[in-house]
Design a protein around this ligand. Structure first.
Ligand code: ZN
Ligand code: ZN
Ligand code: ZN
Length: 372
C-alpha cells in the first residue's frame, strides 16, 4: 500500500506554495475546499457548502485555516492539523471579516480555481484593494512536480487502470450498448481499487469521432472501432488511459492505417520527453507525425495534460506552452485522429519525466486489440 503523507509533507507543501506565490509577486494564497486543499493539507470536507472554509497561506507566516465551527473537529483529524492555526467561526458571525483580517490590506493574492464566486466576492468585499488571481494562472506549476510517494500512487492508479483494460477486452462488445460496456469498465476500475471513477468513455463507430462523446445507447456491432477512455482516483491520485479496440477481426484498411499513425505519434511524443524540453515540443512531436500522414486537420485537441490529485491539471502539452519539463512531472500523451461520421482512434498513456527521459505508467499493449 502507498505510504501515508505526513504532517511534514503537508507543511513543506504549504511553505512551498507561500514561497512560490511570493516569488511570483503575490502576497499569499487562499485555498478553499477542492484539489488544492487536499494536496496542501489532506483535508477534504464531507461537503462543499455556502459556509466559508479557507486556508490562508502567507510567506513567512504560519498557515491559518478559517473553518465553520461545526466542521472544526473534522479538521483536527486531518494530517496537517498540527501545522495550521484554526480560526473557527459560528453561524452568527461574519466569516469574511474573520478571513479578511488575516489578509493584507492591499496587494495580490492567488485563490484556488474552484473557489465559489460567493466566497471570492465576500473576501473581495472585506479587502476591496486586494487583487485576486486564479492559482492556475498565478502558480500553474504548483502541483506539477510529483515527489516519490506521489509517483508511487500515480503508478498504482495506472496499473489498476491497466488491469481493468485487460479484463474489459475479454468481455463481449458486439450487441451491447456503449453504456453497458462503460458500466462494466467503471465497475472494474472500482474492483481494482479506484475510490472514484471520473469517466468511462465508450465511443463506438461514428461516436468515436467525437472526442467529447462519453457513452450512449448506441449498440456496438461487429466492424466497429471503439475508443475506450477511462480514469479516476486511486488513493487520491489519478489514472487516465485510452485504448482503441476493434470489434471482430475484419479491419478496414483505413482504420488500420489511422491506428498505425496514432501509435507512431504517441511513440514519437514519448521519445521526445526529457528534462528541459518545452511542453509544446511534446505536442509538436505527436502532431508532426499526424500532419505528415495527411491527417493533421483531424487531430483536434492538445496532446496531453497533467495529472495528480485530479485527472486534468497543468502542465498542458499544447502549442504555446513554453514551460520546460522537469523530472517528476506527470502527464498524458494522447494523440488522436477523428474522422467525422466514421470512426476515431486515440491512444493515451500517462508518462512521468525521469532524469534522462520518460517512463510510462501504463504498460498495456498499443496494438489495435480485437474484441468480440
Ligand atoms: Zn483520457
Ligand atoms: Zn487524458
Ligand atoms: Zn506502443
Amino acid at each position: 500500500m502507498s505510504a501515508q503523507f505526513t504532517a511534514d509533507d503537508y507543511a513543506a507543501r504549504m511553505r512551498r506554495a507561500a514561497d512560490e506565490a511570493h516569488a511570483a509577486g503575490f502576497d499569499g494564497v487562499l485555498v478553499t475546499p477542492g484539489p488544492d486543499l487536499v494536496w496542501l493539507t489532506g483535508y477534504q470536507p464531507t461537503a462543499i457548502t455556502e459556509r466559508l472554509t479557507v486556508l490562508v497561506l502567507r510567506p513567512g507566516r504560519r498557515p491559518q485555516l478559517v473553518v465553520p465551527k461545526l466542521e472544526a473537529p473534522d479538521v483536527q483529524a486531518a494530517p496537517a492539523a498540527s501545522e495550521m492555526d484554526l480560526r473557527d467561526w459560528s453561524d452568527a458571525t461574519d466569516p469574511y471579516a474573520i478571513a479578511g483580517a488575516l489578509l493584507p490590506g492591499s496587494g495580490r493574492l492567488c485563490v484556488s480555481d474552484s473557489a465559489w464566486a460567493l466566497h471570492v466576492l465576500g473576501l473581495s468585499k472585506a479587502r476591496p484593494l486586494v487583487v485576486f488571481e486564479a492559482v492556475t494562472n498565478a502558480l500553474p506549476m504548483l502541483r506539477a512536480v510529483k515527489d516519490g510517494h506521489e509517483l508511487d500512487r500515480l503508478a498504482a492508479a495506472g496499473a489498476a487502470a491497466d488491469q481493468a483494460y485487460g479484463e474489459i477486452i475479454k468481455t463481449r462488445f458486439a450487441g451491447r450498448a456503449e453504456t453497458e460496456v462503460a458500466a462494466d469498465l467503471a465497475a472494474l476500475l472500482r474492483e481494482h481499487g479506484h475510490e472514484q471513477v471520473d469517466f468511462t468513455v465508450v465511443g463506438s463507430g461514428p461516436n468515436g469521432a467525437n472526442p467529447h462523446h462519453e457513452a450512449g445507447d448506441r449498440v456496438i456491432e461487429a466492424g466497429d472501432t471503439v475508443v475506450l477512455d477511462f480514469g479516476g482516483l486511486l488513493a487520491g491520485y489519478g489514472s487516465d488511459t485510452t485504448r482503441t479496440v476493434h470489434v471482430g477481426p475484419d479491419i478496414d484498411p483505413e482504420v488500420a492505417r489511422v491506428h498505425r499513425v496514432v501509435r507512431e505519434a504517441q511513440h514519437t511524443a514519448f521519445e521526445a520527453v526529457r528534462p528541459g524540453i518545452a511542453c509544446q515540443d511534446v505536442d509538436r512531436a505527436a502532431r508532426e507525425v499526424i500532419v505528415a500522414a495527411g491527417y493533421g486537420e483531424y487531430f483536434i485537441h492538445r496532446t496531453g495534460h497533467g495529472i495528480g490529485v485530479t485527472t486534468h491539471e497543468p502542465p498542458y502539452m499544447v502549442e504555446g506552452e513554453r514551460q520546460g519539463l522537469v523530472p517528476g512531472m506527470c502527464f498524458s500523451i494522447e494523440p488522436g485522429i477523428y474522422l467525422p461520421g466514421r470512426f476515431g482512434v486515440r491512444l493515451e498513456d500517462i508518462v512521468t519525466v525521469t532524469e534522462s527521459g520518460g517512463r510510462r505508467l501504463n504498460t498495456t499493449s498499443h496494438e489495435l486489440q480485437v474484441v468480440e
